[in-house]
Design a protein around this ligand. Structure first.
Ligand code: ADP
Ligand code: MG
Length: 453
């Protein structure tokens, strides 16, 4: 260990740069052991701004990194510094090269709060998200010129926020002067309410109607908020008419968001509506590898595939699995082995074991329609087989975490598009045929009951 509380300078103790950097490397190593989930490969880019007495100031090259570190790593780094030096050290993070001043002066850009991990580079593309990804890349390259608005939707944890932020980061990287507003819909609504209370509606409108790119995450939050919908409608029109880009995300397609006004639904459908599905096995394995690399961890293909095969729900759970495995390995001071991965995941898998899977769906549907699984998997195209097959796909899509690829695969090696077509067809039928709606509700209920018991 470096002895560094020796060199006095008016009572303060300053380290030579190289010593400070060496010490910082040790501190980072210790921080990794303390909190593996929040370690990132880009920590290599951090440098010591100053290391005086009880204060360690760390410089970061980009703004999102400062936010991430301040929010997630302050305590861990302080603890690590204390353990390494044996002294109480307070740690803080700063933007390098005085960029802070520039950022503050670029009015009217509010400091964009982006997550440093959420970039296109860190996004794994597969059949489940290809369209959403490609359209997001397109609008980041030329906002307002391709798909406008772009509406990305899908279940929770499938990468909507990641893609939206990647668009902002890339648009900003390409053109630093582009004006962007990125916020959750909840935040939009809250700011709107506050503006009304404070009698500052004009200020609010000015903030949103003068941007080049407006990104609103989770617009389902607008449901049943009539006044906010009205305001949003006008914001939308102002931006759209000026050729400014609008990017939205939701948990459902626009026409399935309850109590969303028709005029908003129709506008959201003007551009492109892109769906994100649950990733299939290969994509999941690639995501696990990618997430491990991001954390500076070395993960074998075998372990990545093990995790991908067992954790099939949303991607947050995949990340949780990696963290669990590494935390356990760090705690036991052992390298990560397949055995260790199995032990680490055992508890987690039990937790998700009662999730509905496609067999549960098939059992209920085949019993209801008196058909055999082999019929559903066959090439038969008679209505008495096609309908239950399509219903199976629809219910599996809505009740399980399987991707469309997997669902199609289970039902006789059909592909992603066939499964998607089946789901769309049943959705349409359900909208026009009340009997169909009743049958689907009944079947859903039976499937849920069967798995709950
Ligand atoms: P959503 O907004 O749809 O609920 P998020 O964007 O918050 O989902 O994603 C949840 C987590 O999964 C994030 O850590 C995100 O980085 C990760 N993730 C989702 N899809 C991908 C992907 N295709 N490649 C890499 N990471 C992904
Ligand atoms: Mg989100």
């Amino acid at each position: 260990m470096l002895v560094w509380f020796q060199t006095g300078d008016k009572g303060r103790n300053t380290l030579a740069t190289s010593d400070a950097e060496n010490l910082f490397t040790e501190i980072k190593e210790r921080a990794r052991a303390l909190d593996p989930a929040n370690m990132r490969q880009w920590f290599d880019k951090l440098t010591v701004r100053s290391f005086n007495g009880g204060s360690l100031e760390i410089a970061c090259p980009e703004h999102p990194m400062v936010n991430f570190l301040k929010e997630n790593c302050k305590l861990t780094f302080s603890r690590a510094a204390q353990q390494i030096t044996g002294h109480l050290i307070s740690v803080d993070f700063y933007l390098s090269n005085g960029q802070e001043t520039t950022a503050r002066n670029t009015f009217p850009v509010q400091v964009l709060k982006l997550h440093p991990d959420y970039t296109f580079e860190n996004f794994v593309v597969g059949p489940s998200n290809r369209l959403a990804h490609a359209s997001c890349v397109a609008i980041s390259q030329s906002p307002g010129k391709t798909y406008n608005p772009l509406f990305v939707y899908g279940n929770s944890g499938l990468g909507k926020t990641h893609l939206l932020q990647a668009v902002c980061a890339e648009a900003k990287r390409k053109n630093h002067s582009v004006i962007i507003q990125f916020l959750s819909c909840e935040n939009f609504v809250n700011r709107f309410i506050k503006a009304i209370q404070e009698g500052n509606l004009a200020g609010f409108q000015n903030q949103f109607r003068t941007v080049d790119l407006l990104v609103i995450d989770d617009v389902q939050f607008l449901r049943e908020r009539e006044q906010s919908q009205e305001e949003f409608f006008h914001t939308f029109n102002a931006l759209y008419n000026n050729g400014k880009q609008i990017l939205l995300s939701g948990d459902n397609p626009p026409n399935q968001i309850p109590s969303l006004e028709d005029r908003l639904i129709s506008r959201f459908n003007w551009g492109l509506v892109a769906r994100i599905d649950s990733p299939g096995y290969e994509t999941r394995a690639a995501i696990v590898k990618q997430k491990a690399i991001l954390r500076g961890l070395d993960i074998s293909d075998e372990i990545a595939e093990y995790i991908a095969a067992r954790v099939r729900a949303n991607i947050r759970e995949l990340e949780g699995a990696i963290t669990t495995i590494y935390a356990l390995a760090a705690a036991n001071n052992e390298p990560v082995s397949l055995d260790a991965a199995q032990i680490a995941l055992e508890g987690q898998i039990k937790l998700t074991a009662r999730q509905i899977n496609i067999t549960d769906v098939i059992n209920v549907v085949t019993a209801h329609f008196s058909v055999r699984l082999s019929d559903l998997q066959s090439k038969k195209r008679s209505q008495s087989i096609t309908l239950p097959r399509q219903i199976c796909m629809y219910l599996a899509r809505n009740l399980t975490n399987h991707s469309l690829e997997e669902i199609g695969g289970h039902l006789g090696g059909r592909d992603h598009n066939t499964a998607m077509h089946a789901c769309n067809k049943i959705t349409q039928l359900k909208d026009i045929d009340q009997d169909m709606e009743i049958t689907l509700n009944k079947l859903s209920k039976q499937i849920k009951q069967a798995t709950a018991g």
